[in-house]
Design a binder for this molecule. Structure first.
Ligand code: TYD
Ligand code: MG
Length: 456
C-alpha cells in the first residue's frame, strides 16, 4: 500500500497538495491539516473483497471473561466507571509535569501485581530512569515489561512477541511510522500511530493508554484529532505548584463523564485522597470576611469547597471583575441580582471571586454561596464558620431547588458543619422523606431572606 498526504480544510473539506495558510474555498485561516491518503491496491473491485467480518445477532454475542479490570487505584477506577474495559483505548492528557507518567506507572505496577502482563512504552525516558521511578513507587513484578522505542513498527513487533494485556504509550506524540514523511508529533503521525494501536486493541482485546501532552491552547496536541478515535479521554489537572491533582473524564464510552478522582502528589507518588472535602477546607481562613462554604456535586460525590470573594472600591475607570473556578458570566449575573434585588451598591466596586484549591464549579447550586461571599466581603462581615450554603439564584432573586440536597447535607454534617442554608423547596421535600438530625436546616426563598439569615 502506498501512502500520500493531502492537506484538508477542517472547515469545508477543501483539499490541496501543499499547505496554505488560508483556505481558498471558505476563507478560514489556518484550517488546513495534513492527512494521509491511502491508495488501495484493489481498485473498483470492492465487492469482490474477501469478507472477513460477519454480522452477528447482538443478543447472541457472548460476554465471556472479565470485561472490566480494576487497577485497585480506587480513584482511577472510579473515574473510569469501575475499571479498565478490556480492549479499550484511553487517552490520558495533561500539562507537562502534572504526573501522567507517575500515575500510569503506578497503575501498571498495580496491574502487573495482579499477574496481568503490562508493556510500558517509554519513549521519553530511558529504561533505567523509568525503573528508578517505578521502584520508588512500589515493588516491581515479573509481568512488567518496558521498552524504549519510538518506531511504531518495531513496537508492534514487540507487542506480538510479548502479548501484553495492557499497553501504555508514553507519549503518543513521539511515536512515528516510517511510511509517513512528516515529523513525529505532527497531526498525521499522531493520528496514524493512534489508529494503528486502536485497531490492535480492538482486535486483540488489549487495553491501551495513550499519553498525550496538552498544547498551550489547552487541547491535546494535534487539534483534538485523537478524541474521537479513542473510547475514553481523561485529563489530569491541577497546578504544578500545589500538590493536588484532579483526574477528570471528558469522554467515556463506558461510564459517566461527571466523575472526578482526587490525588495528592507525595514523595512516593500519587496518593488517593480519601476525604476531599477536608482537603479543600483545611486552609480556610478563620474570621475573614468574603469566605463561604458550599456543597457542590462532582458526579455522584458531594464535595465541600470554599468560595472566596474580594470586593473593593474601584480606584480607576471601569470596575474590574475577575473569577477563577466559577463562570464569569454567571458571576456577572449574580452581581446584578445582588444590586437590583438586595440593593448592594456594587457598580463602583471591583469584584474578585475564587474557588479555593483549584476546583472548578460548573453547577448553579453554588450561586447562593457566591452571592453570600460577595455580600460578606462588601459588608466586611464574616459568615459563620459552621455554615454551609447552597442553592440556585434566579434573576428575580428567588432561590431555586437543586439536585442531591440530601447528599450535600450529609457531607456537610460529616465535616462538622452545624447549619445549612438551602432552598426552601428542597427543605420541603426533605422534611417529608427523611430525618436529618443534629444540623439546623434553614430553607430560604429569596436572596434577601438568605442574606438576613446569614448575617443575622
Ligand atoms: P511526571 O509523572 O513525570 O509528569 P508527566 O509525565 O505528566 O510529565 O511527574 C513529574 C513530577 O512529579 C515531577 O515534577 C516530580 C513529581 N513527583 C513527585 O513529587 N513524587 C514522585 O514520587 C514522583 C514520581 C514524581
Ligand atoms: Mg511523562
Amino acid at each position: 500500500m502506498k501512502t500520500k498526504s493531502v492537506f484538508i480544510c477542517q472547515e469545508c473539506g477543501y483539499n490541496s497538495a501543499k499547505w496554505i495558510g488560508r483556505c481558498p474555498e471558505c476563507q478560514s485561516w489556518d484550517s488546513l491539516v495534513e492527512e494521509i491518503k491511502r491508495e488501495s491496491n484493489v481498485k473498483g473491485r470492492g465487492f469482490l473483497l474477501e469478507i472477513a467480518s460477519k454480522p452477528q445477532k447482538l443478543a447472541e454475542i457472548s460476554m465471556s471473561g472479565e470485561l472490566r479490570i480494576k487497577t485497585n487505584i480506587s480513584e482511577l477506577d472510579h473515574v473510569l466507571g469501575g475499571g479498565i474495559v478490556k480492549g479499550s483505548v484511553l487517552l490520558f492528557g495533561g500539562a507537562p509535569g502534572i504526573g501522567k507518567s507517575t500515575l500510569l506507572l503506578q497503575a501498571c505496577t498495580a496491574l502487573s501485581k495482579q499477574r496481568k502482563k503490562v508493556l510500558y512504552i517509554s519513549a521519553e525516558e530511558s529504561a533505567q530512569q523509568t525503573k528508578m521511578r517505578a521502584e520508588r513507587l512500589g515493588n516491581i513484578s515479573d509481568d512488567f515489561y518496558i521498552v524504549c522505542e519510538t518506531n511504531l513498527d518495531i513496537i508492534l513487533k514487540h507487542i506480538n512477541e510479548i502479548a501484553p494485556e495492557f499497553i501504555v504509550a508514553d507519549s503518543v506524540q513521539v511515536l512515528y511510522l516510517e511510511d509517513i514523511s512528516s515529523a513525529a508529533g505532527s497531526v498525521s503521525q499522531v493520528r496514524e500511530c493512534a489508529s494503528r494501536l486502536t485497531i490492535l486493541a480492538k482486535n486483540r482485546g488489549i487495553s491501551v493508554f495513550l499519553v498525550g501532552h496538552v498544547t498551550k491552547e489547552g487541547s491535546l496536541a494535534g487539534p483534538r484529532v485523537l478524541e474521537h478515535l479513542v473510547d475514553t479521554v481523561l485529563y489530569f489537572e491541577g497546578e504544578t505548584q500545589t500538590n493536588f491533582r484532579i483526574l477528570r473524564a471528558v469522554k467515556n464510552r463506558f461510564g459517566s463523564t461527571n466523575e472526578i478522582g482526587i490525588f495528592e502528589m507525595t514523595s512516593c507518588g500519587l496518593k488517593q485522597v480519601e476525604n476531599p472535602s477536608q482537603m479543600f477546607l483545611t486552609e480556610r481562613p478563620q474570621k475573614t470576611a468574603g469566605s463561604s462554604v458550599t456543597a457542590t456535586m462532582e458526579g455522584t460525590r458531594p464535595l465541600l469547597v470554599e468560595i472566596q470573594a474580594l470586593v473593593s472600591p474601584t480606584s480607576f475607570g471601569l470596575p474590574r471583575r475577575r473569577t477563577t473556578g466559577v463562570d464569569f458570566n454567571r458571576t456577572a449575573l449574580l452581581t446584578a441580582v445582588l444590586e437590583k434585588r438586595a440593593h448592594y451598591a456594587l457598580a463602583t466596586q471591583d469584584i474578585f471571586l475564587n474557588v479555593a484549591g483549584g476546583v472548578k464549579i460548573v453547577e448553579p447550586a453554588a450561586d447562593l454561596a457566591a452571592v453570600a461571599a460577595i455580600a460578606s466581603s462588601f459588608k466586611e462581615v464574616c459568615i459563620s464558620e459552621k455554615d454551609v450554603i447552597f442553592g440556585e439564584v434566579g434573576l428575580g432573586g428567588e432561590i431555586r431547588a437543586v439536585s442531591h440536597a440530601e447528599l450535600r447535607i450529609r457531607e456537610a454534617k460529616k465535616m462538622g458543619f452545624t447549619r445549612i442554608i438551602l432552598p426552601k423547596n428542597n427543605l420541603r421535600i426533605l422534611e417529608k422523606n427523611s430525618k436529618i438530625k443534629e444540623v439546623a436546616l434553614i430553607g430560604v426563598e429569596s436572596v434577601c431572606q438568605a442574606l438576613e439569615v446569614i448575617f443575622g
